[in-house]
Design a binder for this molecule. Structure first.
Ligand code: AMP
Length: 294
């Protein structure tokens, strides 16, 4: 499974990516983490990226793309990957599309995590990262375990929590503005390719994980239902066909917008899928954008 998680800073991409890593067994590729590691090591790339990161601006496309090309060339990405924080603008999205075409590894899905801007600011203020294992916590929504025994897997001691330097008020405002201007247009870009799913990510962490699993499972379910109904002889529309129909028309709409049909969903391994209680807002392209970050 090859997926992109889209969403503003604080929408929970990092937390949900880490959960997907555990469930689906594929690596998370966070350009923010890669850049922070380069800054911490003081590499040439880190030195070039630092100023933009501290100001809440995007790092040069050429630096980020070089990093992504290298990372996607590593063998652990052959079974799939979760891109977290990349792409961040249209140029990066086009470059990713070309790169994945060359690698013959097209994306399966792009999930947009929608969170209201006031909630984003609240969440960012509570965000803390363990300096040793890199796990992301939130003092408000997902605090580190208080129970002895549940400790940092790297040190065996309690998690050592630090706040990211760019999680301060002024930088956060700029990051939200940059998201709105540069990254939000990717929603339409991926919708036109029939890849977009939107989920309401303003819920507790476990509930968002369930919504994400449903969003990622939906195309596999539709494909399975469509295949099953195609083998039936009865000429009338079955309920499975009726449910498959919106996906088909979404493909047609996407085709007329782009001049080429997007990929169909494939059966996916590794994710437990809840087949009941599907929320309409988790279906492809049907999510309603919430308030724009101010
Ligand atoms: P993140 O951890 O994803 O919030 O990223 C932290 C910072 O790293 C951002 O504010 C940018 O300065 C930089 N960054 C991360 N990913 C990208 C990207 N795909 N393109 C440009 N800059 C990025």
């Amino acid at each position: 499974m090859r997926i992109v998680l889209l969403g503003a800073p604080g929408s929970g991409k990092g937390t949900q990516s880490q959960r997907l890593v555990e469930r689906a067994g594929i690596p998370q590729i966070s350009t923010g983490d890669l850049l922070r590691a380069a800054v911490a090591r003081g590499t040439a790339l880190g030195r070039q990226a630092r100023e933009a990161m501290e100001g809440g601006r995007l790092v040069d496309d050429s630096l980020v793309l070089g990093m992504i090309r290298e990372r996607l060339g590593e063998p652990d990405t052959r079974r799939g990957f979760i891109l977290d924080g990349f792409p961040r603008n249209l140029a990066q999205a086009h470059a990713l599309e070309r790169l994945l075409e060359t690698l013959q590894q097209p994306l399966d899905a792009v999930v947009q995590l929608e969170v209201d801007s006031r909630e984003l600011v609240r969440r960012i203020s509570g965000r803390r990262t363990c300096t040793d294992c890199g796990r992301v916590f939130n003092l408000l929504t997902s605090p580190p375990p208080a129970t002895p025994g549940e400790s940092c897997p790297k040190t065996g001691g309690p998690h050592r929590l630090t706040q990211r330097p760019d999680d301060n008020e002024a930088t956060v405002a700029e990051r939200l503005r940059v998201y709105d201007e540069k990254t939000r247009p990717l929603i339409d870009f991926y919708r036109a390719r029939g890849l977009l799913r939107v989920i309401d990510a303003e819920a507790d962490v476990d509930e968002v994980t369930r919504r994400l699993a449903r969003a990622l499972g939906a195309p596999a379910l539709r494909a399975a239902r469509a295949a099953k109904s195609a083998t039936r002889r009865a000429p009338h529309r079955t309920s499975a066909r009726r449910k498959a129909a919106p996906a088909k028309s979404a493909r047609r709409r996407a085709k007329s917008a782009t001049g080429r049909a997007p990929r169909r969903g494939k059966a996916r391994a590794g994710l437990r899928v809840n087949t009941r209680g599907k929320s309409p807002r988790t279906r492809a392209g049907q999510g309603r954008p919430k308030g724009r970050p101010r």
